[in-house]
Design a protein around this ligand. Sequence first.
Ligand code: SAM
Length: 282
Amino acid sequence: MNLFANDCFCNDATLVKHYLCSVQYTLKKSLGQHFLRDEKISARIVEAIIAEKPSRLLEIGPGAGAITKYLLPHDEMEYLAFEVDEEKVTFLQKNYPAHQQQFLLQDVLTADPPFEGEFMVAGNFPYNISSQILFKILDWQAQVPVMVGMFQKEVADRVAAAPGSRTYGIISVLVQAFYEVDLLFHVEPGAFNPPPKVRSSVIRMRRRTEFPAMTSKADFFKLVKAAFNQRRKMLRNGLKQLMHPSILQDSFFDKRAEQLSVKEFAALTFQLNSSKNTSKEL
Ligand code: SAM
């Protein structure tokens, strides 16, 4: 089923009729297309983006341009967008002809960084690939000093969660090792077309000036994933394959993964079997 921009649910029989009637594009659930229709929210997101004074900006998933239209007048920065839906790329190119070349038909998950040097990432992200987008940003961390974006509230809460909380997990530790996370504001379902079933939140991630000491990013990711794999058990259960039994005897490993700080996880990389106990470039 497709949902059209005029708020009607349509089946195939009504598809053509509605299309001819009033609408310029379809809304595709499979691509997480919940488009912002509350102008105040769009303007507020853009305000948070521009406050970071980016000189280059990548928007992920511009859709029909709810945020884009407020970003394009900012010609003090270079702007590019990755959008996976050809229909929306064509729509944007027609509506903003002066910016045609800046709307790229590209799946962000398979993309290389679109700029040389540093760039900011922003967007109202497709909720079905939230974690993958966060991993992509971590992958590009050397080039991405800041991100402002909207996720479903549950994901935003996990990214910002503190140790000991129920929502503290893999994504909290991995992101917070490299970025300071701030929850900026929440957005109700009614701000979107169609309204999603859940609330949303806009977060900002600013890259830390110093990262916690660790052997390597790869070791850190491996360790954190293994530790949370058995989050209800004692840490030593999840780390059996990665650390020597003599190390795991320590009472420190009685703890559960959710009790460890980001720094403690990073410090543990120096105890991994394969670790050379030297800091490598991240
Ligand atoms: N920015 C628009 C807005 O706020 O109304 C649209 C936001 S909508 C939640 C997410 C957008 O991301 C959709 O336009 C969708 O087509 C696009 N998208 C989904 N998966 C994508 C991917 N892998 N790469 C790039 N864009 C993607």
